[in-house]
Design a protein around this ligand. Structure first.
Ligand code: F0G
Length: 386
């Protein structure tokens, strides 16, 4: 498949896969793929990331842990919408990041890199640690100290990444890792890397593959703003290749305490003002200066979508409602459903992306759930407790 990198700002084209941003204007890059190469059928069969390899810009045998193919659950809601939740928490490392990582780490190997790094609120680092272990690459992880959920930290550590807890927030850690990657010739795996987003666009392919049609709206939690951009790109490619006639409205959902994209959208702006001290129970999206803001805002405007903000209380309530339907997700993941619940139900069909697994943040789950009751091993006493 033919592809090149293209700057989303100045439109310049590049054939150098090692770039992250435009050498002439500093804009974000995207991978422009030749959609006429698409040779998959959206027939609901054998769904997983590499089913769509004809639109994925990797030239080697990919590094894979069998990612994608996540379930699309129909769920009961009070609105008239046919509503589904795509449970990305059922990927190998427990989040949607694996889709990006299988492509990103394959690209690292293809480029002959031996070291990779990322800043992360937790899930990217967990996934990167796992895939670099699989590929035999050295992984360096930069985390905001004390602000990463336990499950994610455990994954990064167990899979052998070198973990550096930066005293600062995610935005600071990302600034540092970008500089370190340049100095040390380490391959950067954050979503400023355009190849990672290529993997994540398969969420769009899978939704149409599973549903058999293109839904009217997609609700996506927004942190660093890569995923919503990637999903929009996926739907755009499907339309360009003739698989669908329409593109869903991309509806971004942010936490009230970390809402720069919401603020920009409210004023119909195309750039953001960073939020200085972002704070939310949804630590995965505790981000004040999203790197992919420009791509995300384009996706939202071009698709006729919007941005909703939700409070921490609304996030926890949505998490509990999903849990009641057997869908276990971490707080950030529940924000998409929280956004749907706040919306006015104007759509006939919608999909909420649940981005990460409940087990990622066990401390939060314990904190917001009913506590276990301690009891002596006495049948009658225990019977009364039921
Ligand atoms: N949901 C979860 C569970 C996440 O981990 C993230 C991002 C998002 C949503 C937002 O996605 O950044 O593409 O807008 N987590 C990153 C990380 C920042 O480091 O794991 P986004």
């Amino acid at each position: 498949m033919d592809y090149h990198l293209r700057c989303i700002e100045c439109n310049k084209k590049f054939q150098n896969d090692s770039l992250y941003t435009c050498p002439s204007c500093g804009g974000l890059l995207e991978v422009a793929v030749d959609v006429s190469s698409a040779d998959f059928k959206l027939d609901g069969k054998e769904i997983r990331v590499w089913k769509y390899s004809s639109l994925l810009p990797v030239k080697i045998k990919p590094v894979t842990l069998h990612e994608g193919g996540t379930p699309l659950y129909e769920i009961v809601s009070s609105k008239k919408t046919d509503l589904y939740v795509k449970h990305e928490g059922l990927n190998p490392s427990g989040s949607f990041k694996d889709r990006g990582m299988t492509v990103g780490i394959s690209k690292a190997v293809e480029l002959g890199k031996s070291m990779v790094a990322c800043a992360s609120t937790g899930n990217t680092s967990a996934s990167m640690a796992m895939y670099s272990a699989r590929a035999g690459l050295k992984a360096y992880v930069f985390l905001p100290s004390g602000k990463v959920a336990l499950g994610k930290l455990a994954q990064a550590m167990m899979h052998g990444a070198r973990v550096i807890a930066v005293r600062g927030n995610f935005d600071t850690a990302l600034r540092i890792v970008r500089e370190i990657c340049v100095r040390k010739d380490i391959y950067l795996m954050n979503s400023v890397n355009p190849f990672r987003l290529e993997g994540q666009k398969t969420i769009a392919f899978e939704i149409v593959d599973q549903l058999g049609y293109c839904p009217e709206a997609i609700y996506v939690p927004v942190g660093n703003a890569g995923n919503i951009s990637a999903i929009f790109k996926g739907f755009s490619e499907l339309r360009e290749a003739g698989y669908t006639d329409t593109i869903p409205k991309m509806i971004g959902v942010q936490a009230e305490g970390a809402n720069p994209i919401y603020r920009a959208f409210s004023e119909r702006k195309e750039t953001i003002e960073p939020v200085e001290n972002p704070e939310t129970i949804a630590t995965a999206i505790r981000i004040g200066s999203p790197v992919n803001a420009r791509k995300a805002l384009k996706a939202i405007y071009e698709s006729g979508g919007r941005v909703i903000q939700v409070s921490d209380d609304e996030i926890v309530q949505a998490q509990k409602l999903l849990a009641k339907q057997g869908i276990g997700v971490e707080p950030a993941s529940a924000s998409s459903f929280a956004g749907f619940m706040k919306d006015d139900g104007e759509f006939e069909s919608a999909v909420c992306i649940a981005t990460g697994n409940l087990l990622k943040d066990p401390e939060e789950a314990v904190m917001v759930s009913e506590k276990p009751v301690e009891a002596d091993p006495d049948i009658e006493v225990i019977e009364r407790l039921l």
